[in-house]
Ligand binder design. Structure first.
Ligand SMILES: [Zn+2]
Ligand SMILES: [Zn+2]
Length: 368
């Protein structure tokens, strides 16, 4: 490709992205003009926040009172926390109470405490802004952290299901990847420092403690299950057995719902973003739309993420509920402009847009 041709292609890509952005903004403006109440964004955000947290607390209360069965609590609270996730993402983009920092940060704390397995939202703000600018690159640690770009298999399935397993099963990558990126000249020394700081602060302490309790709970029951198969029982110390009632309650009302929600969100998110061979800075190539029917059970616990997240990459200003309203008219605009829909083949290509050459495992597009 000559320099002139590649410059012309880059310009065409930029113009196409701009066109899509303008069309989606026009759709969103139209929807906002038909529903003037949408301008009370802070009030709407705080109301959704309060209702979702009330829903989680009510489920917990009904479980403790013996009224609601565990499975119903897990499904119900997974749904409410999926809304809290959307609110967290909106808060990260400063969509609620930008001028009233106290309420803003109180909401940040609330969405964090009820989703304790996640990266600290104040840390995630930096990682997420970086994701928008560098989606699909080696430095997009938000998506790489949830397995984007990895080959599909049992290991990736385990890592999608659990944020800490995504660290434990890639210890060398986790420790040395920032240094490798620095040596390759892909990040600056300051970035390297920030990466290390992010590594230290992301799950510390809430994420680490809650994962330890959750893993302890699972291992306890796994061990009991194995012992039962051999007609044996494990003589657990009474100090440990005394902790099981409150740990079981916490597992049902908080950990299991969040594990389910995390799996659904990370499965969809890590599969819908492209990695490695998408043209950097070209939004049309950053992600696909994943709205195939068999993903509906997962979309239920991540607020239709696969159907709407690509719209967010083009227009960031809309809260999640406005994005849902624009989707019907915005998705055809994405399709007309080349955003892929249900590109299931990308599962086999480890999120690459193009087939990978077997000889050198390099994406065809980057070789060309
Ligand atoms: Zn975002
Ligand atoms: Zn994204």
């Amino acid at each position: 490709m000559t320099n002139t041709t590649s410059r012309a292609t880059a310009n065409a890509d930029k113009l196409r992205d701009k066109r899509v952005q303008q069309e989606i903004i026009a759709i969103s403006d139209d929807i906002r003009s038909q529903r003037p109440w949408l301008k009370y964004q802070d009030t709407i955000g705080l109301s959704i926040f309060s209702i979702s947290i009330f829903g989680c607390l009510l489920n917990a209360y009904l479980y403790i009172q013996g009224v609601m069965p565990a499975w119903m609590v897990i499904l119900g609270t997974a749904f409410w926390t999926s809304i809290l996730h959307e609110l967290e993402h909106d808060l990260i983009h400063w969509m609620y109470f930008k001028k009233n920092k106290a309420i803003h940060h109180l909401m940040m704390l609330g969405v964090y405490v009820f989703r304790p397995f996640t990266v600290n939202p104040w840390v995630r703000r930096h990682i997420h802004f970086h994701h928008h600018k560098n989606s699909g690159s080696a430095t997009d640690i938000e998506e790489r952290g949830i397995t984007n770009g990895e080959q599909w298999g049992i290991k990736r399935l385990l890592m999608v299901s659990d944020n800490m397993l995504a660290v434990y099963l890639r210890p060398f990558k986790y420790l040395f990847e920032p240094l490798r990126l620095y040596r390759q000249g892909k990040v600056t020394r300051r970035d390297l420092k920030n990466f290390r700081l992010i590594g230290l602060l992301s799950y510390n302490p809430l994420g680490i403690v809650s994962h330890m309790l959750w893993h302890g709970f699972i291992l306890f029951h796994l061990a009991n299950g194995v012992a039962w198969m051999f007609s044996m029982s494990i003589p657990w110390p009474s100090l440990l057995l005394d902790q099981m009632p409150w740990l079981t309650t916490l597992a049902v009302v908080l950990f299991a719902p969040n594990a389910l929600r995390t799996f659904c969100l990370h499965f969809i998110s890590s599969n819908m973003h492209y990695y490695g061979d998408n043209k950097q800075g070209v939004i049309v190539e950053q992600c696909q739309v994943l709205n195939v029917w068999w993903l509906i059970p997962l979309q239920l616990f991540c607020f239709n993420f696969g159907n709407t997240h690509a719209i967010h990459h083009f227009v960031v200003r809309d809260p999640f509920y406005v994005r849902q309203m624009t989707a019907k008219r915005a998705l055809p605009v994405l399709k007309e402009n080349g955003v892929r829909f249900n590109d299931i083949g990308s599962f086999r290509r480890a999120n690459r847009m193009h087939p990978v050459k077997k000889t050198n495992r390099q994406p065809v597009a980057s070789v060309a």
